[in-house]
Design a protein around this ligand. Sequence first.
Ligand code: EZ4
Ligand code: CO
Length: 402
Amino acid sequence: MKIVRADVIVTCPGRNFVTLKIVTDEGVYGIGDATLNGRELAVASYLRDHVCPMLIGRDPGRIEDTWQLLYRGAYWRRGPVTMTAIAAVDMALWDILGKVAGLPLYRLLGGASRDAVMVYGHATGRDLGEALERYAEHIEAGYQAIRVQCGIPNMRSVYGVAKSGGSYEPATKGAVEEQRWSTEKYLDFVPTLFAAVREKFGFDTHLLHDVHHRLTPIEAARLGKAVEPYRLFWLEDPTPAENQAGFRLIREHTVTPIAVGEVFNSIWDCKQLIEEQLIDYIRATLTHAGGITHLKRVAEFASLYQVRTGCHGASDLSPVCMGAALHFDLWAPNFGVQEYMGFPEPALEVFPHAWRFERGTMHPGEAPGHGVDIDEALAACYPYESAYLPVARLEDGTLWNW
Ligand code: EZ4
Ligand code: CO
């Protein structure tokens, strides 16, 4: 079997997605997600201009060799654009392998380690009352794990809260949105939020929260310590992670579990964090961290240190990534939880899928491969729309981590 075509499809059914489709001489094809929020066209070009021509004529079954070729062969290793492009190829090749074998991807990985995958949803409110209402709705819908984010008194904007009170989408079309941030106001308020959740709903649900890189290590340590009584499932991205050793400072002060890694693109981004047991959950995703071949390596390494997976699953990762991730999660012996935010309705139509949601858990389905397809004619009805992630500034105007 040979690869005869590799096409990049850019579409915006509610938000931008980049998809790679690899076609073989036997007509079997596979698809992979190549979406890098706010930098979509860089990956599209990397694939179209540099990777796709290299794939023509290759045996689609040589997945590992193709991964090594694109990683070592580029000479310029790692980085989000490169690793997202490699991930898309890898995901599409595993999809083809599953279709050829007539088996769902999770069975190729070694079979199911559990009945279904626990997912966490997002309860976000512009104020405490609204956050608690959303939390109640998630319990009603059967979620066992719920992330809570909430507007901060006297702060104009905050990460993770929808402006309209509807579903949250950070990327904005047109100009870059500027938000303001005050660490002091945030640290003063956020323990109140967790206290209110536990007081109202008890301890039966897993409670999660995303700090979104806004604190310094010592501030994160203080927050982790302050919220210990509310027994969080995890505190996510408490501080930027380029300096992995910085997490020692957090660990020295608190037993609140830490999740990091949605912006990571290789095992080298988390090697020290995992080896020194500075985190509890690794959030790297298939799409941004080199696909199934590489994330499997990360998960197996993490398992040696009792670090569990908690794959990023924001709506800017396409339904293709969601499908592949659910197979991965069903297999991974050290799976922790999977993020699930849902998708805009048109996106679900553009990407017909075998996965299903049922009362807080998900299953990838039994379709061969990863079970997600693309309706190219429908995709063409939603042309790309330039959109950017916001930036954050401190109250005096200093640019901060968004
Ligand atoms: O801000 O995926 O945990 N989820 C997140 C996301 C990220 C977006 C960036 O593209 O932090 O909402
Ligand atoms: Co996050």
